[in-house]
Design a protein around this ligand. Structure first.
Ligand SMILES: Cc1cc2nc3c(=O)[nH]c(=O)nc-3n(C[C@H](O)[C@H](O)[C@H](O)COP(=O)(O)OP(=O)(O)OC[C@H]3O[C@@H](n4cnc5c(N)ncnc54)[C@H](O)[C@@H]3O)c2cc1C
Length: 385
């Protein structure tokens, strides 16, 4: 009998880990096929160091073709449709049949959903955007810097706050701080609200101590590039000289159009197994949707995509070998909060706790910054050596 085919849609954080783990755990005649349209993997947690000039894009970009050296089949193609009845995905390279499917397509950035964003904002969520932001900051001579969270949900809940802190530090270093302001506008009630009120207040305190304005519960309706203003839903207008933006996110179109999509377009999954209601199909990482106690959703972050990929690989390998697996995702996660000046903080916590998610923020220090540098080096070495 021929082996099974496990298709992984998306070769980002979750897809890379899932494919490696599957290759190690499946039988030799089973195939692991990754469908990814972008030949290059870019390590997003370091984008903000590109913005500050501490990294060059090539230091955090890797050829995804290296997966082939590990016995993983890489199909460089656009995935176009998921046909769960026929157990097949349609791609720009033709159809691929699967026995098990792991959807790891991430969240799509959709700047066009906020009028004016594409013309007026520097998008700090892409590598090209981080390069452009770095250049803009280099040429900046002082003024009003606004960091904008366009819409909820967005990935990496710490990143807008890191953007503000790193920018503030950069302006100080360049002696521009006295005639500059840095403000964050967000629809959230607190920074990183899913992580619990203590975490939110701690981050708010850090922003305050650095003179960064925090403007919660501000939903921006549009941006006017001509007058360089945010127009808030309340009618308030906020002028800026430099706008660093987190664009709106949405589920990728083929997911929204598939039988897997929930109300928001993202894919509801079992919180422990990452199984979708459709047999043989799992969804991990940013494309998945996991409700938590208290009515919030598991944040979209690489740390979760990674942990979920490990669980899904174990479960699929066991299933295909006729065994059962008790592997379960526990909802635990951690992240660094870069603050500039070579200092970072570190937060960790359990998101599946019955009383609701709680994260603890450790005292900021140089060691956490060095920890993030080590993590970056390790991650790129671990999956691409
Ligand atoms: C600036 C920034 C900083 C961040 N910092 C951190 C951090 O410190 N810690 C942390 O945990 N997380 C961080 N994140 C978030 C983290 O990068 C994501 O949560 C993580 O990458 C999600 O993994 P994923 O596999 O779900 O999706 P992704 O890594 O986004 O991968 C999805 C892949 O699917 C591909 N794809 C999409 N549609 C198609 C299609 N139709 N056909 C073929 N391929 C397709 C995409 O090209 C992409 O490669 C950060 C993100 C940003 C932007």
């Amino acid at each position: 009998m021929p082996g099974n085919t496990v298709v992984v849609l998306g070769g980002g954080t979750g897809g890379i880990v899932a494919a490696h783990r599957l290759r190690r755990q499946l039988a030799a005649d089973d195939r692991v096929v990754v469908v990814e349209r972008d030949p290059v993997y870019r390590f997003a947690p370091s984008f903000l160091w590109v913005l500050t000039g501490e990294r060059r894009p090539e230091q955090i970009s890797v050829d995804l073709g290296q997966l082939r050296r590990r016995g993983i089949e890489l199909v460089e193609a656009e995935a176009r449709a998921i046909d769960t009845d026929a157990r097949r995905v349609e791609t720009s390279n033709g159809p691929i049949a699967y026995d098990r499917l792991v959807v790891a397509l991430g969240a799509e950035l959709a700047p066009e959903l906020l009028p004016g964003f594409a013309d007026a904002a520097l998008d700090v969520y892409t590598l090209d955007g981080a390069v452009r932001t770095g250049r803009a900051l280099e040429g900046f001579e002082g003024g009003r810097v606004v960091v904008l969270v366009s819409r909820l949900p967005y990935k990496c809940p710490a990143a807008p706050y890191e953007t503000a802190l790193l920018t503030e530090a950069l302006l100080r270093k360049r002696a521009l701080r006295d005639h500059s302001t840095v403000d964050v506008f967000t629809p959230e009630p607190l920074p990183m609200p899913t992580a619990g009120p203590a975490m939110g207040e701690a981050v708010r305190g850090i922003l305050e101590s650095r003179g960064i304005g925090f403007h919660p519960e501000h939903s921006v309706e549009r941006i006017e590039p001509g007058t360089r203003e945010l127009v808030i839903a309340s009618g308030e207008r906020v002028p800026f000289d430099l706008l660093l933006g987190i664009p709106p996110h949405r589920a990728p179109v083929l997911v929204r159009e598939s039988a897997l999509a929930g109300e928001t377009g993202f894919v509801p999954v079992d919180p422990a197994t990452l199984a979708t209601p459709v047999e043989g199909v799992f969804a991990i990482g940013d494309v998945s949707s996991i409700p938590l106690a208290g009515g919030k959703f598991l944040p979209k972050a690489g740390v979760f995509a990674h942990g979920q990929a490990e669980v899904v690989a174990k479960r699929i390998a066991a299933e295909l070998a006729g065994r059962t697996s008790s592997a379960a995702f526990d909802g635990k996660g951690a992240c660094f909060l870069e603050m500039g000046d070579g200092v970072a903080a570190y937060a960790s916590g359990a998101f599946y706790a019955e009383e609701g998610p709680r994260m603890r923020l450790r005292r900021p220090g140089r060691h956490w910054h060095l920890g993030k540098v080590a993590f970056e080096r390790y991650w790129l070495w671990r999956w691409f050596r």
